[in-house]
Design a protein around this ligand. Structure first.
Ligand SMILES: [Zn+2]
Length: 206
């Protein structure tokens, strides 16, 4: 389980003397991403990585509540004194990939989060998949180096012209953050004021 990470990107900060919840890491201070904060439950390692792989590649949807439960609580704690996002947007899949897989795991996680936030905290935050579309079928980011990752995502998304003020972007896993950052950039360029990332797991090693 993740704790005491950077408020913006959720990477661990090795400052044992500071316990404040709004600390920002050196990387985010020097190269601020386009998103404003990240809420993540787990470090992307076994067994979490196997459970997420089970959802994605073997349709083990029963793992969704198991993995998402903790994220719901973490979200509720994080927004205690702040306004919640207006809408939840799952990171879109290109239609070719969607057809092949049959579902978008980020959308399933987003739906579960919305239902739980409503049931447990009486919050109505709609999931709106129409706000962004993946218009280019990109290569898997894991096969590419940092520079190629950015290039791979160029013009990958098309964004609705009218956007709400704050968007919660949901993805199953964040590795380098290139995908959510590129999508955040496009959302901000299109008029959204703040993007918050909600994700099950964060990878540290890349
Ligand atoms: Zn950071």
């Amino acid at each position: 389980m993740l704790s005491n990470g950077c408020k913006v990107c959720a990477m661990p900060i090795s400052d044992i003397h500071s316990q404040e919840s709004d600390r920002v890491c050196g990387e985010c201070l020097s190269h601020a991403p386009f998103y404003h904060q990240t809420i993540s439950s787990f470090h992307y390692e076994s067994p979490v990585s196997h459970l997420i792989g089970g959802i994605k590649f073997n349709s083990k949807f029963q793992f969704i509540p198991l993995l998402t439960q903790h994220l719901v609580e973490r979200i509720a704690t994080s927004y205690k004194d702040k306004n919640y996002p207006d809408v939840i947007l799952p990171v879109p899949l290109h239609k070719t990939k969607l057809k092949k897989r049959g579902f978008n795991q980020s959308q399933l996680i987003a739906n579960y989060l919305a239902i739980q936030l409503k049931e447990k905290y009486e919050l109505s935050i709609p999931v709106d998949i129409k706000l962004a579309k993946r218009v280019r079928n990109t290569l898997p980011q894991t096969t590419l180096d940092a520079k190629a990752r950015k290039k791979n995502l160029r013009n990958a998304f098309s964004i609705e012209s009218s956007l709400p003020k704050t968007i919660a972007l949901v993805d199953d896993v964040i590795t380098t953050g290139t995908t959510v950052n590129e999508l955040s950039k496009q959302l901000i360029k299109s008029g959204c004021q703040e993007v918050h990332i909600w994700t099950l797991a964060r990878a540290f090693s890349i």
